[in-house]
Every structure is written in C-alpha cells, then in structure tokens.
Design a protein around this ligand. Structure first.
Ligand code: GLA
Length: 697
C-alpha cells in the first residue's frame, strides 16, 4: 500500500495493482493506468497525461472526473449551473494531500473551476491487504454566488482494453432480485439506474466488467456504490473502443443548491481490479466485514433467526406467536422476529401503517408476555416496522395528510395501499425515530426488521426550497435514524428489507447489519439470487429463510431447502406449528450443523465451483481455518445421463491433510489433491443436494 506523487503523476499501489493518473500541462486530470504493476519510473515522465491527453483529442481523452465543457460528449462526472447562466463545469488541477491512517491511506486531489470559486476534491482511499480503491468527491462553493449541482458522480473509471467488455448486472424484479445478466458493452452507453427512490429490485448499484474472465482467471474491474437511493451507472464505449464508467447518485430529477461556503459530498464507490471473479468476491466480502458493516456486529456470526411472516402473515396474536416461539426455540433458533400485523388496526395491507401502537385485541397485555416468553426460551426478540410509510386508513394520515410526498394538483398514487412519509421534514423524521425508540425503550426488543415496500411517486416536498434534493435527503435521513437508534440502543441489530431485496446495497450495509435478499424463498430461484448477491456483497449479510412455501409445486425435500439457505445466514420462516415431530427434528439437525460451521460460511473464503448453465449442478465452497464446507445442488436433469459430476476444490492449503466426511465414510486427501484432482460426486435425481463437511487435520 503506497501513494506517491512525482511531477504531478499520482501512483496508488494496492496489494497487486497500480492506479495511476496525472495532471496534464493544461490542468486536466488524466487517467493513465489501472491494472498490474509497472515500475514507478515508467510513469514519471508524465507524457501520458499530455499530448492533448494522449489520445489525440479531448474527445477521446481518459479523465478522472470530467465536467461538461469543451468537446466532452460522453457521460460526464460533474455538471454545474452557475448564477451567470454558464452551465459548464471546467475543472483544473490545484493541489493534493496524502494522508496516512492506521490501515489505509488516502489521496485528496483538489480541482477548481476558478472563475466560479467551485472546488472539487477527489478522494481516493486504499487499504492494506486489498486491491480496492474507495472513491468519492466533495464539491465546495467558495464563491459569493449560489451555484447548482446538476450532476455529481462519485467516480469516473477508465478501462484499458479497446475490445468490448462484458458487463454483469441484475435484470431483476420483485422475487428475482440479483438475477444477473451478462451483456456485451458495444459502442454507446449502457445505463443501469434506479429512479425508484431506493436502489431497487431491477438493477443494483454496482458494475462488474471483464473481457475474458472466469472465477479464477482474467482481469475483472468492478465497483459498488454505498448508496441506497437513486443511482446511475453509465458504461460508455466510444468509437475508438475506450470504455469508461461513471457511477454515482442519479442525476435524473436531481439538483443540489450550493450556497456560498456550502459543500456536497457524494457517496463512496468501492472499486477494484482483480484476477478472476472469485478474488473479487472474496476481497469485497472481507472488506465489508472489516470496513463497511456497522462495527458492533460486523465480526460476530449472525444468529439463526425465526421470522413469522410466511407462517402467520398479518394474523398475529400473543398466543399463536408464543406457540411458534416455543417451536422455534426447540429447533435451535436464537432470535424470534415477529413480522407485520402487530400494530394499529393492521389486519391486512390496507390499514395501520403509521400507527405504531400495539394492537390491543391481538395483544391485550401488550408485547410483554410474548417477549418474556421468547426471552425465557433463550431467544432474543425482534420486531417488524415499516417506518417510512403510512396507509391512508390510519390515524397518522388522518391527522397529517401533508406528511407525505405529494403534489396538490395530482392524485396520490397508492402502491400496496400506502404512501411515503416525507422524512425530509424534521418533525416527520423525528416521529419516525421516536416510534421505534419508544418501543425499544418500553420493551426488550433487540432486533428491528426495517421494511420499505414501495417506490416513490409524486415526489413533491413543499418544505424544501429545492425539492430535487429530496432523493439525497431522504436516503440520508434513513441512515441517520438507523445510526441514532443503534447509538441509543447499543445491542440493537437492524435488518434492511424492501419488499425483499429492493434496498440491498453497500449503503444499506453501512448502517444495517444485514439485508433481506428476496421475498422469493423458492430454493431453486434462490440459488440464482444468491449467486448474484455473492458477486460483490458479504455472505453473512444475506438472510436466507427455509420456508414451507412451495409456490411452483416443486418437490423440494428439506435437505435441498436447508442446503440452499445454509449458504447464507440461515433463517427459518415456515409454519412450524404444522410440522410433524420428524420435520422439526430435521430442522434441528440442520440448525445444529449450521451452528457448527457458520463461522466458516459467514467469514470464510468463498468459491463458486459450478453453476447450472455450464456444469449441470450448482456448487459452492466455504473455506475456514479448520473446516471447509461444500454445498452441491442439482436442479432438474436426467437421472442417468447427468449422474456423475466432478468438482475441483479451491483455496485449500496444498500441504495440509483433509478428511472428507461423506455420508457413509471419511476419506483423507491432501489439499493439493483436492484442488488438482478434485472430487467425483454422484448426484442421483432431480433436486438432489449434498452438504459435505471437510475437516483440516
Ligand atoms: C415485505 C417484506 C416481507 C414481509 C412483508 C410484510 O413484503 O419483504 O418479508 O415483511 O413485507 O408485510
């Protein structure tokens, strides 16, 4: 880890990569290199940054953070609107600062649009042990005039090859979040974005680009934005074959007014370059645990959770929840979460949101008897809230119809029969904090599932001078409330949910301890979802329920369902009161097994060994210091033709001896053997699955 500057050329050295840029003679900040390491002196002459930016014209130049001035027709990082009518941002190099922190170093490069007193500081931070660079920008108004930011990206990134890259991003929907599509980036601009007010089920705020790469080979360039609101990722390939990425807050319906002395900081994008997808996922996985997740629980394994939603939906009451809690404790759950339905006049999704008092008919003595029972069974208690929302049929809405985003001249669109509270109003933000704080003070609630079940429409905020700032202020308010709750209630864990995985991003993971990935708990679908999630997001954050939902009448046995959910943070969501003793015993067996390996799953190195499309099976491997766990699943295939499979393990110590615990016997092999020769695995019929625990001797 090293940052150097010589002759206005900056070299950031991570473990295995170099990121190089320089200020050209005319002050433009030009990108030079991102990839394997060359020698420092190779870049010192700085000729790369000159000659009208090396590629002959300004139009083809590679830049670090370009404005919309001159011959820049591609996606820009910054667009300004100045008081005198000038709508161009033209930034020139001013100065730099290098700062050393404990396990990180940062470089701050300041650019200025001098006639307008606008200073833009680009921040680059590298961390010991990683090939990742955190990037963002701070825009400061040092003039006496107000200026308006029309667009401010977090980062602009240039890729080296002139050949077309492949891009991975979800083409998702509710129930199919993270289902990744591979798209070739031909000439033009490929845009992934959200205008939903949350990061959305459709595209996710990340990019993964490679020319020719797989799990273990090929250069992979990637980045993920720490932001849960509207985002935009533009991947542009120009006529000369250069590919650039501009990633940040979405500029659609966005502007930000910068008065004299004010500044605006863009969210951080965590970017990187690795060889192979496996290295990318592993770096991002451990980086999230080390540097992104809220500190309190980041390095603790998540408890096995029971959630009542699929079992009881809105039909909750003290007695039935206590019965479920008894069964949840019996099978080994450590945390009992009561989902929707406990508050106000909530009988279905048409009423009650906003009225966060305990329903007196369902819980005549409040929540105490239930929580006491849950605690006496040795479990923690968690509760569902959807704090940003209100149903029109609620006391809150009747009292404060002006507390929602709206336009007086437009109908108020209901989605899932609800509106969004305008938490850019300080009194509404305070109300949202207080409803949860009050419940946390009154009861021993140690976990909140924070849901958000609709996208924004009629986004009017009459309280704001510039309502186009609401996209930023709303998301920041969510983070602020989450942080305040955690600050006041020290042991509190937070789960971020948005109709499943509508807000599953690095921003959420900086303030919440985990995310709910999808409402779709069908295990075959779930494997696709988990694959997409695992690319850039930490395994431990991925709550994965075993349920009895059988939406598509696929004949899953419990082994298959547990196999899939144990690949993340195992949770239980079925109606336990309908299960036989034998089924409960199966649950207990798997939960016990999970507890014995969860450190490996939540914190180990992770490898995707096989996938359906290429291999006919889905196989993942988790490697810890003493154990390794192999999950293999088979979907629908011919019994005879597709019976034998072969997987080579990864990430083992070649010199160590390992015991492979098959169902009926144990075999010993060296790590080298398991990685070079691999294992032959017989997978009989449709929807068969195996969990193979391998001990390091
Ligand atoms: C959303 C969530 C579910 C559940 C319901 C409750 O759909 O994704 O997990 O909490 O709301 O209404």
């Amino acid at each position: 880890m090293k940052i150097t500057e010589k002759n206005r050329v900056f070299i950031l050295e991570t473990e295995k990569t170099q990121y190089v840029f320089g200020a050209a003679d005319d002050g433009t900040l030009c990108h030079i290199h991102w990839g394997d390491k060359a020698k420092e002196d190779d870049f010192a002459a700085r000729f790369e940054a000159n000659e009208k930016h090396r590629n002959g014209t300004e139009e083809l130049a590679k830049n670090e953070y370009i404005g919309n001035s001159g011959q820049i027709f591609r996606p820009q990082s910054i667009i300004m609107n100045y008081a005198d009518g000038c709508r161009e941002a033209l930034l020139k190099y001013q100065s730099y600062k290098i700062k050393e922190e404990n396990d990180s170093m940062s470089l701050e490069v300041t650019l200025a649009d001098e006639p307008y007193g606008i200073y833009v500081t680009l921040i680059y931070r590298i961390y010991k042990g990683y090939d990742l660079i955190e990037r963002n920008s701070v825009i400061e108004n040092m003039s006496k005039e107000t200026a308006v930011i029309q667009k401010a990206a977090s980062a602009e990134l240039n890729l080296p090859s002139r050949r077309p890259y492949y891009s991975l991003n979800p083409n998702g929907s509710w129930g199919a979040e993270f289902t990744v599509e591979k798209t070739q980036v031909r000439n033009g601009t490929l845009v992934y974005q959200s205008t939903h007010g949350r990061s959305s089920h459709t595209n996710n705020p990340f990019f993964v680009l490679y020319e020719n790469a797989g799990e273990t080979y090929g250069e992979v360039f990637f980045g993920a934005l720490k932001w849960s609101g509207n985002f935009k990722t533009e991947i542009a390939r120009d006529w000369s074959g250069s590919t650039r990425v501009v990633i940040g807050i979405n500029d659609t319906d966005f502007s930000y007014v910068l008065r004299p002395s004010e500044s605006f900081e863009t969210p951080v994008a965590v970017c990187g370059r690795t060889i192979g997808l496996a290295e990318m996922s592993n770096q991002m996985n451990s980086f999230a645990v080390e540097h992104i997740l809220p500190k309190r629980y980041a390095k603790e394994p998540l408890p096995v959770l029971y959630n009542s939603w699929e079992a009881t939906e809105f039909d909750v009451d003290s007695e039935s929840q206590q019965r479920l809690a008894e069964l949840a404790a019996k099978i080994g759950c450590e945390l009992f979460v009561m989902d929707d339905g406990w508050f106000g006049q909530r009988k279905n999704d048409r009423a009650g949101l906003g009225d966060w008092y305990v329903n007196p008919v369902k819980f005549p003595q409040g929540l105490k008897p239930l929580i006491d029972k849950v605690n006496s069974l040795g479990m923690k208690f968690g509760l569902w809230f959807e704090p940003e929302m209100v149903n029109p049929d609620s006391d809150l809405y009747r009292a404060h119809p002006d507390w929602i985003y709206h336009y007086d001249t437009r109908d108020r669109t209901q989605i899932r029969n609800q509106f969004i509270l305008n938490i850019t109003k300080p009194e509404v933000k305070e109300f949202v904090f207080e409803v949860m704080d009050r419940m946390l003070c009154e009861y021993n609630i140690e976990y909140i599932k924070w849901d958000m079940n609709r996208a924004f429409t009629e986004s009017g905020a009459e309280n704001l001078e510039n309502a186009q700032e609401l996209w930023v202020i709303h998301t920041q308010a969510v983070y602020e409330i989450a942080d305040r709750l955690k600050e006041k209630h020290k042991g509190l864990q937070l789960e971020c949910c948005s109709s499943g995985g509508g807000r599953a991003d690095l921003g959420a993971m900086s303030h919440f301890d985990m995310v709910w990935t999808s409402d779709n708990t069908d295990p075959v679908d779930r494997l696709d979802i988990q694959y997409g999630f695992s690319l850039l997001y930490p395994i431990k954050c991925m709550r994965a329920w075993v349920t009895d939902t059988n939406r598509y009448s696929r004949p899953y046995d419990w082994d298959f369902r547990f196999n899939v959910s144990m690949q993340g943070s195992l949770s239980i969501g079925g109606n336990l009161s309908k299960y036989s003793e034998e089924e409960l015993a199966i649950h207990k067996k798997y939960i016990d097994l999970y507890k014995s390996v969860r450190n490996v799953i939540q914190f180990g190195r992770f490898y995707r060994l096989a996938n359906y499309a290429d291999d006919g099976i889905y196989a993942t491997e988790y490697v810890g210091d003493k154990k390794c766990v192999l999950f293999v699943c088979k979907n629908v295939n011919s019994f005879y033709k597709d019976r034998y499979h072969h997987v080579k393990l990864m990430g083992l110590d070649p010199d160590a001896e390992y015991s492979v615990n098959w169902e009926r016997c144990t075999e010993k092999f060296s790590g080298a053997y398991l990685m070079a020769k691999g294992l032959d695995i017989e997978m009989g019929g449709t929807l068969e699955s195996k969990i193979i625990v391998i001990d390091k001797n």
